[in-house]
Ligand binder design. Structure first.
Ligand code: CTP
Ligand code: CA
Length: 226
């Protein structure tokens, strides 16, 4: 795969990618997690590096080989991810927020292992996490390009993605319709709609590397417009 400009069209840019899915402890051995594998984030990181960018990946629980050419920072929870992204964001030109960040976490994780003996039910109280993307968007400076990802299910997906772009004040939202079989979570392929202020562009089902290139093309176009 070559970049559309046939080479290093991202040279000189620092691209920060978040990837994978956070895990929020319930007790010493259990967590609240999600189905994100990190494949889309790692494909973005690898393609951005191949196109000449300096790449930092904040990887939440990703069990994949490091993307070639990228610096990987490993994190576990949403709060870890928040800290690591916050540290790297200041020097980033582009943020690609592909990680599935938990929206809620257990309020009071048990220090040991919760035992089932003597229980007929177990209630785990959850509290909201900080929305990292919204927080970073709130401190963005001129010249930074912010891309969010939205995993939506079925009807209304596009409207939710448009709304997310405006609410979080992003340059683009990459919409994944997780109701479509064979794409998204843990699959090698993806198919997305890239929502920008200029309208929408659909990227037909393809390998995540090819979808990553289309997303990076949209970033280049957004930066040219800005
Ligand atoms: N996100 C984040 N921090 C969170 C939750 C989400 O940075 N605590 C980011 C994700 O990385 C993604 C974007 O926000 O880039 C959209 O995430 P999504 O889960 O689709 O939207 P939410 O705003 O969390 O709303 P909901 O899950 O209710 O659809
Ligand atoms: Ca969410």
């Amino acid at each position: 795969l070559a970049g559309p400009a046939g080479g290093a069209d991202l040279a000189g840019l620092h691209v920060l990618v978040s990837a994978g899915g956070t895990r929020e402890p319930i007790d010493a051995v259990r967590f609240v997690g999600n189905r994100s594998s990190g494949k889309m984030g790692y494909a973005l990181a690898a393609r951005a590096a191949a196109r000449g960018a300096t790449v930092t990946v904040v990887a939440a629980n990703v069990a994949l080989p490091d993307p070639p050419g990228a610096t990987v920072v490993r994190v576990g929870t949403a709060e870890d991810l928040r800290r690591a992204c916050g540290d790297a964001f200041g020097s980033a030109d582009v943020l690609l927020m592909a990680a599935a960040v938990a929206d809620f976490r257990p309020v009071d994780p048990a220090g040991g292992k919760i035992k089932k003996a003597g229980r007929t039910e177990l209630t785990i109280e959850l509290e909201p996490t900080v929305d990292v993307l919204t927080e970073l968007s709130g401190r963005r400076r001129d010249g930074q390009t912010l891309v969010g990802f939205a995993a939506e299910h079925g009807d209304g997906a596009l409207d939710y993605a448009r709304d997310k772009r405006e609410r979080k004040r992003l340059d683009a939202v990459v919409l994944n319709d997780v109701a479509v079989p064979g794409i998204a979570f843990d699959a090698a392929d993806n198919a997305v709609t890239i929502v920008t202020g200029d309208g929408e562009q659909t990227v037909a089902r393809a390998a995540k590397e090819a979808v990553a290139d289309a997303i990076l093309d949209a970033v280049v176009a957004a930066r040219a417009r800005a």
